[in-house]
Design a protein around this ligand. Sequence first.
Ligand SMILES: *[C@@H]1O[C@H](CO)[C@@H](O)[C@H](O)[C@H]1NC(C)=O
Ligand SMILES: *[C@@H]1O[C@H](CO)[C@@H](O)[C@H](O)[C@H]1NC(C)=O
Length: 469
Amino acid sequence: MEFLSIIICTILFLSVLLSYYLIQEKKKKQKHKAKLPPGSMGLPYVGETLQIYSDNPNVLFATKQKRYGDIFKTHILGCPCVMLASPEAAHFVLVSHAHLLKPTYPKSKETMIGPSALFFHEGAYHTCLRKLVQSSLSPGAIQKLIPDIEAIAISTLESCNNSQVVYIFREMKILSFEVGILSIFSQLESKYSTELKEQYCIVDKGYNSLATNLPGTAYQKALRARRRINQILREIISERKEKKFLDKGLLGHLLNFKNEEGQTLPEDQIADNIIGVLFAAQDTTASVLTWIFKYLHDDHKLLEAVTEEHMAIYKLSDGGKLPLTWVQTRNMPVTYKVILETLRMASIISYTFREAVVDIQYKGYLIPKGWKVMPLFRNIHHSPEFFSDPQKFNSSRFEVAPKPNTYMPFGNGVHACPGSELAKLEMLIVIHHLVTKLRWEVIGHSNAVEYCPFPVPQHGLPARFWEKP
Ligand SMILES: *[C@@H]1O[C@H](CO)[C@@H](O)[C@H](O)[C@H]1NC(C)=O
Ligand SMILES: *[C@@H]1O[C@H](CO)[C@@H](O)[C@H](O)[C@H]1NC(C)=O
């Protein structure tokens, strides 16, 4: 009996010793292999979330970058994460090692937009949907939209032209929604577009509110509106199938798709991707357009140069009687650089999220599996190393192409924004009609910024418009 317990004790003792030894060895190995990046993790759980949401997050990132360098760790929303602020690191994460880092979004946002929307996915499904979205936004497809985008721009600007105070961001949100509807549906009956707009506004309000299951909250209302949108889309789809009107816009591309087995896309996948595209396009484009109004307003010389470029086109098109041509929109060099510089200055997408699917090493640092990884676009766009005098708006800097991977207003790699060309076309057209027809005065001389959630000038840039003399 005693002999048996001695043996058991010895075995136990030895196994404890062995596991202790193995753990130490493992720790040593990890130490030798790579260490975590520098940085502070803040208070546990709350981490640095409060700081991120309390004030301009970019101040926090820039301070940390100064202190720790281009790679540092922190905690956001209960997740440990590594932030990266160099062009090479952004390329590593978004392009060369994209297969090891998956896009990641909070569950509440995924539910709201729709879990089948392409930006929540990777692999074959993502590639397939991305191709469809891309082909609906190809140069060949978007140039056909020019006359309709012009009509939308003209009618928005006409509604601004009443010498009353208008909020430019609000107007630009309406405009970019209409362009979104146009590129998705081609034509859409007004009974559908009106209701879609109403329901979408409710979703939009709930999207950035606290996700709770309590009835009566903005989030709950948004979920209900989101379900109603699915119904409206179903009605539109069945009507189009009936009328065999299936060839145009993103919806046409999605409806016509058949995989190798001849199967079409299920309707909920179609709906989620349509909402996804609307979401990705609206506030982003509207924020950038609002910044363009501000930058042009604040710099008379710049406005003069841009106006001159457009007056020349305006005269050639018989005082604006002829629609703009694709070739004309490809030949607005002064304006194009203003757009590029606005995208850099405003950097409305200041960062993006990925999640490490395995342990990753980058420049001797360990990025553990499950950690979030955030390339900081804004820090790169505002680094004096790549853009001289970075806080200054100077569109001439784009006379020379930026260094590789230093300029990513639409992201990079397989998840880069497929709508970038449409967004720029929309901006060129709005600027054309703005500077040839109207002048405007911003009310108040504030340089303050608001986050809605993208940065926009304070109060959405209140202004008054008049017809040009
Ligand atoms: C602006 O408003 C004025 C006064 O109502 C009107 O005469 C003019 O045609 C409008 N111009 C544009 C471009 O909307
Ligand atoms: C704008 O940038 C260009 C090109 O980098 C430079 O030559 C010029 O001096 C800058 N202008 C101002 C006003 O800073």
